[in-house]
Design a protein around this ligand. Structure first.
Ligand code: PLP
Length: 336
């Protein structure tokens, strides 16, 4: 029986043998007391890698983003965020529910950016009628798209010039750095805080790191405890994250190449419209009347993709070139 080929997300990766053994032998302690040597090593390593003073290990990207929003904004403050951003759309409204922080969603441009003029126009005047605009939150990559470096520089400078802080949801920021051929430090430039997911393309089973200044991380640590994210012998998990940062960043290029190859082959088929992948995520539009049939064929051939509202295909370390070849054959037989 064919193995399942799971292209729904890069969150489905399995920890490799070497990562598992690093987790197995990791020295641990009680991290709520700050005693876990492996968590401390991960936090120091991540802070240095991305050029920040301090870092905090969090159980998920959702919590890491929420810690940032709570640390930057207070009750009655607002943050500017893209309509398509994960923090706004897919994190249960946590900032509003748990922080009384009002999101000000702004339409994303086709390249994933938020127009500078829109950022400027949505910053509220200092007037008691309005929520206080405190933060600009961007996402890179955003649905697989890269924010141009010059844009990030301009947007963060604009925000800072208006007295706002800046946060990056960098769940896949390493994909962006590798694709643009810049260092993690360079890609994080301009942001006061960055959340990096270890459990997406980097292949760790659990966890994110939040990066920022020492006082910012101190505040985030307080929120993490309150949210129940203070873990005890968390070094077992942090060891996987550390392994991921040490070994799995540069290999993301392979995922990008596989996505480009897959999309190029799909684009040759009839009745199919494929977005050009910039990193490891791309979208495929197919006529709605074929969806049911395609779904059945994919199920039968043990291939998983996200089907709704558009087909989303994500390559990752557990999708090798021969798996992509197999998927191309299946799609080719279906679409001709
Ligand atoms: C861009 C982005 N940010 C944040 C998250 C949240 O990460 P987690 O699933 O670890 O909570 C995701 C998850 O898919 C994501 O894609």
């Amino acid at each position: 029986m064919e193995q399942w080929l799971d292209l729904r997300s890069d969150t489905v990766t399995q920890p490799c043998a070497a990562m598992r053994s690093a987790m197995n032998v990791a020295p641990v302690g009680d991290d709520v007391y700050g005693d876990d040597p492996t968590v401390n090593r991960l936090q120091e390593y991540a802070a240095d890698l991305f050029g920040f003073e301090d870092a905090l290990f969090a159980p998920s990207g959702t919590q890491s983003n929420l810690l940032a929003l709570l640390a930057h904004c207070g009750r009655g403050d607002e943050y500017l965020v893209g309509q398509e951003a994960h923090t706004y759309r897919y994190e249960g409204g946590g900032a509003a529910v748990l922080g009384s922080i009002q999101p000000q969603p702004i339409i994303n441009q086709p390249d994933g950016s938020i127009a500078l003029a829109d950022i400027e126009s949505y910053i509220k005047p200092d007037d008691f009628h309005f929520a206080r605009t405190k933060l600009l939150a961007l996402e890179n990559t955003i649905n697989g798209r890269l924010l141009p470096m010059a844009y990030v520089q301009q947007a963060t400078a604009l925000a800072h010039g208006k007295g706002l802080s800046t946060h990056l949801d960098g769940a896949r920021v390493c994909n962006a750095a590798v694709k643009l051929g810049v260092s993690p430090r360079d890609i994080a430039q301009g942001f006061d805080s960055v959340s990096v997911c270890l459990s997406k393309g980097l292949g760790a089973p659990v966890g994110s790191v939040l990066l920022g200044s020492r006082p910012f991380i101190k505040e985030a640590r307080r929120w993490r405890k309150m949210l129940g994210g203070g873990m005890r012998q968390a070094g077992i998990l942090a060891a996987g994250g550390l392994y991921a940062l040490e070994h799995n960043i540069q290999r993301l290029a392979e995922d990008h190449d596989n996505a480009t190859y897959f999309a190029t082959e799909l684009a040759k088929m009839k009745n199919i419209k494929v977005s050009t992948p910039q990193t490891n995520i791309f979208y495929v539009d197919v006529p709605s009347f074929v969806c049911k049939g395609l779904n059945d064929v994919l199920e039968l051939t043990r291939i998983r993709v996200s089907m709704s509202p558009r087909l989303r295909i994500v390559t990752h370390m557990d999708t090798r070139r021969e798996d992509i070849e197999r998927a191309i054959t299946v799609f080719g037989d279906f679409f001709g």
